[in-house]
Design a binder for this molecule. Structure first.
Ligand SMILES: [Zn+2]
Ligand SMILES: [Zn+2]
Length: 245
């Protein structure tokens, strides 16, 4: 066992108590994975074909899904660890309601995706919250994820690059079109010089309609970024009219 593995085991024991247990179901663990073999099998990891643009599961070996084809997103590519369903929903809800340690688990999985799909990224940013929203939750979950991803991949983290210009409110009840409208121009780039000519990775928790990621990507591209890709813990499988967040 190498030093870093020992450290990892120690950290896990420290974070989760004496017994190493699966973060999804609580079963006892014997290996290095955060999930037990049964959860590794049942968790909604992307296994089949995904849309090359938005990264959502797609029925057949098509290049892009129907939604992307009809309305091509501004970001380069979006990739995620899970499809937002089953136990992934439960874990992400827990993460957003106090269980901050999920950032370590999710971030490590996201870092693997970053290495696979965005090995040339030269800056990472996260979707900012308004000060009021962050105060209410106590933390910005996207920032916690970005910290882990950047630590694991070595991609520099641009903390104040992306700024939310106004409170866009709860989006739960909005339709896809209303969301896009609501988000238009809601992000601003604070440090344009940091973006110019860069391949930027936008980090968030869930890709829902993609309207948030798109608005952020557009702000980064306007500021001179060469490319703006998206990395999330999960993506909502179908683009319905009313979605989570
Ligand atoms: Zn399990
Ligand atoms: Zn797509």
């Amino acid at each position: 066992m190498g030093v870093s593995e020992k450290l990892r085991v120690f950290l896990k024991k420290f974070l989760y108590g004496d017994g190493l247990t699966c973060v999804a179901c609580g079963a006892e663990l014997f290996g290095e994975e955060p999930f037990c073999p049964s959860c590794l099998k049942s968790l909604p990891f992307h296994r089949g074909h995904i849309c090359s643009k938005c990264g959502r599961d797609i029925g057949g070996d098509y290049p892009v899904c129907a939604e992307c084809k009809a309305d091509m997103p501004s970001y380069g590519r979006a990739r995620s660890v899970f499809s937002y369903e089953k136990d992934a929903v439960r874990m992400i809800r827990a993460f957003k309601t106090g269980k901050k340690y999920f950032a370590e688990i999710f971030g490590a999985e996201m870092a693997k995706k970053a290495k696979e799909y965005f090995p040339d990224a030269d800056l990472a940013v996260f979707i900012p919250m308004t000060a009021r929203a962050e105060k209410k939750r106590g933390y910005n979950q996207a920032e916690l994820l970005a910290e882990v991803v950047c630590r694991e991949t070595g991609i520099p983290l641009g903390r104040d690059v992306l700024v939310k210009t106004r409170d866009t409110g709860e989006q739960k009840t909005l339709t896809r079109k209303e969301r896009a409208e609501n988000l238009r121009g809601s992000f601003r780039v604070h440090e344009r010089t940091k973006c110019r000519g860069k391949k930027i990775l936008i980090i968030d928790d869930v890709l829902t309609t993609g309207a948030t990621a798109n608005a952020a990507a557009e702000a980064l591209l306007r500021a001179g970024a060469l490319r703006a890709d998206v990395l999330t813990v999960a993506c909502v499988p179908r683009k319905g009219e009313k979605e989570v967040k």
